[in-house]
Design a protein around this ligand. Sequence first.
Ligand SMILES: [Zn+2]
Length: 135
Amino acid sequence: MTTSEPSMQVALMRGATCKCPQCGDGRLFGKFLKVVPKCDSCGEELYHHRADDMPAYIVMSIVGHIVVGLVMWAEFTYAPPVWVHWALWLPLTLILTLALLQPVKGFIVALQWKLRMHGFGTSRAALAPVRTQAS
Ligand SMILES: [Zn+2]
């Protein structure tokens, strides 16, 4: 069990790899997009997250930029028939979306965890108080 708090970069990387942002060992998701209530490795409370639709918006932005860019490139370079566009871009959109949703949601949950949003950090408050900058 780890009691020291990881840096922002480490916590975000753990979240993006679908691991507990505190310890990096426990799973973040029980099902595809269902965050586990507590880490099964360190016991960190993870049910405080409020990712809501943010991961979906981010994934739509990423996938939209990739796919629309590729569609425009293919159209202006090769001018394929419409059925080729459908055959290429529809599966690519589906695959990219499904591949990115979990890492992006894990990233958002880890960001909320690290920033102690929505009740995150209440169990850590006694361990490591939030650092404040002297002005
Ligand atoms: Zn953990």
